[in-house]
Design a protein around this ligand. Structure first.
Ligand SMILES: [Zn+2]
Length: 151
């Protein structure tokens, strides 16, 4: 089966509708359809899909990743902690969950995987992201991700 490459998927020809769509469409796919079919497995698959994509983007600088997040409107990104042992990334207005009535579990595995994959590509270390706060999961102010490294 021929894969759809990232660059190909992002070639958008919609003269009247443009390249933006509603956040609702993404959420119906990610939170409703995927979980309906895959159950709890949707979280892990979303994480690994995000991570694989994050690496394949071949981003070399953090600024380029922040620009991409802005362009795709994934969320507003802040990085309040960046040390050799730990990076903490906060996503404000998260595309997956901001505005949901909290449901009691973290939701943003795709975003966590994406961040981990991009940082792994930049640093050349194995990176694992854990979602430690979630707007739509728990009612936190941001979706926060702790990144830890294995060399
Ligand atoms: Zn979240």
């Amino acid at each position: 089966m021929e894969p759809v490459e990232i660059a190909n998927a992002l070639q958008i020809n919609r003269p009247q509708l443009g390249n933006m769509t509603g956040v609702g469409l993404y959420r119906l796919f990610r939170l409703v359809a995927m979980e309906d079919i895959l159950g709890t497995g949707a979280s892990a698959i979303s994480y690994y899909a995000g991570k694989k994509m994050g690496k394949e983007l071949q981003i070399k600088q953090l600024d380029d990743f922040l620009a991409l997040c802005g362009e795709l409107k994934i969320g507003r990104i802040e990085i309040p902690v960046m040390t050799k042992e730990l990076i903490h990334v906060d996503v404000h207005e998260c595309v997956t969950c901001s505005g949901l009535t909290p449901i009691g579990r973290a939701l943003c595995h795709f975003e966590g995987g994406l961040i981990a994959g991009v940082v792994e590509g930049i640093l050349g270390k194995t990176v694992q992201a854990r979602e430690v706060s979630c707007i739509g999961g728990f009612g936190h102010d941001t979706c926060g991700f702790e990144l830890r490294f294995r060399t």
